[in-house]
Every structure is written in C-alpha cells, then in structure tokens.
Write a protein that binds this ligand. Sequence first.
Ligand code: PBG
Length: 325
Amino acid sequence: MLIRPRRNRKNEVIRSMIRETSLTPQHLIAPLFVIDGKDQNIPIKSMPGYSRLSIDHLIIEAKELYSLGVKTVALFPAIQDSLKTSDAREAFNDSGLNARSIMALKEAIPGIVIMGDVALDPYSSEGHDGLVDPKTGEILNDATLEVLAKQAICEAKAGVDIIGPSDMMDGRVGFIREALDQEGFKNTLIMSYTAKYASGYYGPFRDALDSAPKKGDKKTYQMDPGNGAEALREAALDEAEGADILMVKPGLPYLDIIYRLKQNFALPIAAYNVSGEYAMVKAAAQNGWIDHDKVVLETLTCFRRAGADIILTYHAKEAAKLLNA
Ligand code: PBG
C-alpha cells in the first residue's frame, strides 16, 4: 500500500497540525435570557443548566463569559404577561427591560458586544413575531415592519452593536437598515436571521420566554424545512438589503444550508444552535447515553466545518471552559 491515510492521524500533534477547522471562544455568541427584578436566577426546566437572569445576575454571567473569551451576547427579555399587548408596544419602550439590560451591560462591561433581538413575539399577547389581523388571523407583513424599525432604533439607542431580526417578515432588513441610517446608526450591524425555519426545535426557548403562539403556527413566515433553494433566495435579498451577516437557524439539521450559503455568498455566516438541540444533548448526557463534553465540542466544530464563521449557542460558556482548559 503506497497510500495510508492513517499516517496523518498518527498522533495528536500531527492531527492538530493538519486539522482544517478551528474552534475558539471568539467564534461563539451566548444567548442570555433576562427578567425583571433583583437577585433572580430562575432555571428553565427544558434547558438544564440555563436560567432566566435578573440584570444583576446577567452582568455576572456576561462578565464570566467575557473573561472566558465569549465577548458577544444575544439578549432575550422575558417580560411579564401584563406588558404583552396585541400591538407589542413594549418592544420599543426606551425604559423597558430590554433597553435597561443593554445599557446596564454596556456600562458594566464596556468592551462587550451586544446583539439585540428584533421580533414581536416576546411582547405580543398573540405570541407571534408580527402583528396579527384580529379578523383573519393573518400575520401582517408591512404593518409589522414599522414596529420592527422602532424596536431596532430603541435597541440602537440603548447601545446594541448588532441588530438581529428574527421575525422573518419580507423586506425587514432593508426597512430596518434605512431606519437605522436615518437615525444616525450607520455603524450598527444587522445579523439577519436569513434562513429561519418553522422548526420544532424552538420549544424550550418558547418555554423560557413563555412566547409560544396563542393560535396557529409560524409557517406563513418561517421557512419550510423541506426547502433549500429558498434559503439562497432569502440570502440574496438580505445581502441586497444591506445585511452584514447571514444566519441559519436551527443549526444541526441544517448544516447543508450553512454550507450552501457559505459557498454562494461572501458575507460572514452564522449558525444558531437552538434550544431544542441544546436540550437533546443535555437530556442524553443526563441519562449517561452520550459523553457531554465530547459531543458539545464535536457539534460546534462541525458547525465551523460546514461553513459557520459564528455560532450562537447555549453551550458557549461550557465550550469556552473546555477550549481554554
Ligand atoms: C422568535 C425567536 C425564536 C427563537 C429565537 N427568536 C423562536 C421562535 O421563532 O418561535 C428560538 C431560539 C431557540 O430555540 O434557541 N423571534
């Protein structure tokens, strides 16, 4: 035999010298859930090891992440039911929980990069990402854009570096870009949830925010899991509308979409390793069915191999600890 691929796997020095893919804490973004109050750390049942944090605890958590090299966080406020309305006006309250969390984090950790979520579901009494027509139940695209733009400006004023529209309304990236520019926020990035699928993997996240749709599902705005070419269409639109980073969500079952976007676009690609993917790893590990740490690092490495420059993951802290060890 002249050719023996095993020679290149002979020992760890050789393996790590030729490894095609790198994974470091700076590739990771940690999503964090924030609630009102003081000294609150409320575990999320379907996300073992993950909690909703009041702002004081949020700062402690973000400081730890920062010192481990995870310097970007994505904030998701879980607001009280009494503040949820059909027009979702709490979404652009300049003194609401979201704006206060952003300001507090920026003050406590000046170097931190914050990504703000733009979508109405955490603030909507209907649990939808867009406004709902009370008569027909239709999710109203163009009327929603106005609210999303206000939400983005509210977050930019509070100090976010990156706007993350997760709503999947048509035309929102361009609409938000123009609104930001008009208000002087030319340097605020947009990381678009470009290919966001109507997925069963979001269940634990909706538990965390208590944000499940009251009626119907999200299939008229989120993408059909059977479609790949449509992701290229969405990506072309987002690129033309001024998106700075394209995201694919969920992650693991959609590695082919990550790969296709990476091959077809010059923009950085992000992957969202979502709550249901996290919950599955935790559940199997708790049962002793898989080796937790191995699976976490393997999963994140595979996102990078598929073409993700950036990974949003609830494993960010534990992965950073393993990578720094
Ligand atoms: C909604 C939103 C969702 C997630 C992020 N933003 C859920 C949904 O579309 O219902 C899911 C994230 C996760 O599951 O980790 N705007």
